[in-house]
Structure formats: C-alpha cells, structure tokens
Design a binder for this molecule. Structure first.
Ligand code: UT7
Length: 325
C-alpha cells in the first residue's frame, strides 16, 4: 500500500496587503521587496482564523476526493500559529468538519511542517494503520509577526492548504528529511506571553517577544545549500534521475532561494512553479497552496512525479517524492 493524493483544497483570507501598504509601517519600499523576495502582496486574516481556513481547505479537498468527513481516519495539521495550544488545531478542524472517526493531532516543524506531515501520513498508510488521511498546513502568521520589524514583516502571509492522502495498491517513495537543533536560534518564535514559572507570583516582567525572529541571511544560505542536497538525495534514494521529475514544489519563501536551488540542480526554471508573488511566505501552508494552484491551472497530469521540498525553523528541512494521481 502507498499514499496517493486524491484531493486538494485551499483557503486564503480576502484582505490583501500590498507591498505599498507596508511603506507606511516600516522603512521599506515596494521595489526593494519585489527585487529581494519576489513578493508583491500577501493575504491577511481579519475574519479568518487558522482553524477556519484549515477547515475550508479540508472540505474542498474532501469534495474532490469524494469522501465524506466520517471516512477520514486521521487529521494531521502542520501549523506554527495555532489559535490554542489545546485543543490542538487538528481537533478543532475535526469539530468544524464533523470528521467524527478521525484521530487528530498537530505537528510542529515550521515551514517544513507540510512535508513532515505528508511523509507521516504516508508512513501510517504504508504500515496499514489508516486508509484516508487529511494533511493540512494552515497559518495565521500575521498574528505572530512583529509589524515594526522590516526584516520579517514584509515576508509573511496567511492561508491554508489541504490534501487528502488515500491508500492505494503500490509502493511508496523514501523521503529525505532532516533536523539540526543546534542551529535553531537562526529562526525562532518564542511562546506564551503569560508564561508563569513554578513558584513565581506573576508572569515574569522581562517578556520575550512572541514574534518570528530571523537571521535572514543565515536562513537564505541554509536553504540554498541544503535543499539541492536533499533533492539530490531523495532522487538517489528512490533510484530515479532528475529527468524523471516533472516539478519541484518548494516552500515559497523567496524567489531568489528557488532560483538558487534550480541553478544548483541544473534544472530549468519552468520545473519550479512559484506563487509567493501573491501570498508571501505562508510557512506550512505554502506547499499545499501551490499544489492546489498547480492543479487548478492544469499543470499536473496523471503520472507526473513531483518533489516536495520544505525548509525552515528548527532548523528542519526535507524532501518527498509523489506520483500525481
Ligand atoms: O520560511 C523560511 C524562512 N525564511 C526564509 O527563507 C527567508 C530567507 N531570507 C531571505 O529571504 C532574505 O535574507 C531577506 C528577504 C529576509 C532579506 O534579504 P537580503 O537580501 O538577505 O537582505 P539583507 O538582510 O542582506 O539586507 C540588505 C540591506 C540592508 O541594508 P544595508 O546594511 O546594506 O544598508 C538591510 O538593512 O537591505 C536592508 N533591508 C531592507 N531594506 C528595505 C532589510 N530589510 C529591508 C526591507 N526594506 N524590508
């Protein structure tokens, strides 16, 4: 048995924040953001939440897969911007979509989270434990962004993407997934403003800001170096060649990172679709959002082999191969 994507869905907030709008918040310019990142705008949640977007994306994926919510065995949500620590986002999605038979939990691997969750879902299916799994990446990064930090606030956006992974006869692919906790301080999001250690009267006065903090150049270099290696490795592990890959679906952080990866691999630009121009960096939502868009645009054909590649906080990074249904 192996996991096959039977449906995709996406949900993004209706409010759009243009690069120009950021010029009144921080010292930046539309030209700088476009040139250094490729981003032109991002969607920002006003009414929407991490749960509501995840649930909407999940329902769309279920419709395409022709499955009812009760047929779902498991819901895995990757997020670093949950509304609550408990109940987890996956359980709240279960409540929203009424997937009463599913076991649900969240997975935290920052911008690599969707790849890690997809690989986890496939492992459950290949072990014969579950048949139908919803894998969701959903983020409200606007809630955890320091809107006075031009090094980060120009990058991020909100949104959700979902896929239904279902069991089919066949053999799966081996992933290539990695972590390096020793380099974790390069990209952080500290938690819980009301942290109250045992024995203290009230929350500590010296609060750590609960915003994304990043050494942009360090992350850029890490991604540009480790992602080509992880792609080469996943192709090698599965005894394939670059010519067997139709598209590389990379985490959408920066157009220059994607271009650097393509160059290092010696692969043509058309194999690296991008959509950060419209959504910015949506962390674990970026890969399923892009997959959904590629499908809607008719780019994906039955039998196409895709490489998914994520990288981000932890540090974490990883690649997985799939064959389009
Ligand atoms: O999701 C996974 C994690 N995130 C990423 O993958 C992000 C990876 N990193 C990046 O995408 C890039 O490093 C950034 C887009 C964050 C920054 O681009 P950069 O080309 O690495 O810029 P830089 O940090 O080297 O800064 C270049 C200059 C500096 O000015 P000086 O010192 O040369 O005078 C910065 O102060 O640009 C300045 N700068 C800005 N200027 C206008 C930095 N941010 C901005 C800004 N607007 N928003």
């Amino acid at each position: 048995m192996t996991g096959v994507i039977k449906g995709t869905g996406a949900s993004v907030p209706s409010y759009i924040l243009e690069n120009k709008d950021l010029e009144s918040l921080v010292e930046t310019s539309d030209a700088w953001i476009r040139e250094r990142t490729g981003i032109e705008r991002r969607h920002i949640a006003i009414e929407e939440t991490t749960v509501s977007m995840a649930a909407r994306a999940a329902q769309e994926a279920l419709e395409e897969a022709k499955l009812s919510p009760e047929q779902i065995d498991m819901i895995l949500v990757s997020t670093m911007s949950p509304e609550d620590i408990m109940p987890c986002t996956a359980c709240q999605v279960q409540r929203e979509i009424k997937a009463s038979h599913a076991v649900c939990f969240d997975l935290s691997a920052a911008c690599s989270g969707f790849v890690m969750a997809y690989v986890t879902a496939c492992a459950y299916i290949e072990a014969g434990i579950f048949q139908n799994i919803l894998v969701i990446g959903s983020e409200c990064l606007s809630n955890v962004t320091d809107w006075s930090d031009r090094g980060t606030c120009i990058l991020f956006g909100d949104g959700a993407g979902a896929v239904v992974v279902a069991a089919e006869e066949g053999t799966g692919y081996l992933p290539a997934i990695y972590s390096d906790g020793a380099r974790g301080e390069a990209l952080t999001l500290k938690s819980r403003p009301n942290h109250k250690p045992f024995g203290e009267e009230s929350p500590g006065e010296e609060e750590t800001p609960c915003y994304i903090q990043m050494d942009g150049q360090a992350i850029f270099k890490f991604a540009a170096r480790s992602i080509p290696q992880a792609i080469e490795e996943v192709i090698r592990r599965n005894r394939l060649h670059k010519g067997d890959i139709a598209y590389y679906v990379l985490h959408q952080a920066n157009e220059r990172i994607v271009e650097a990866v393509a160059k290092r691999l010696g692969e043509p630009a058309y194999k690296f679709p991008m959509n950060m121009r419209e959504y910015g960096n949506t962390s674990s939502a970026s890969i399923p959002l892009l997959l959904h868009e590629m499908k809607e645009q008719g780019l994906l054909h039955s039998g196409d082999r895709l490489v998914l590649a994520g990288f981000g906080g932890g540090l974490t990074w990883g690649t997985a191969i799939l064959t389009w249904k």
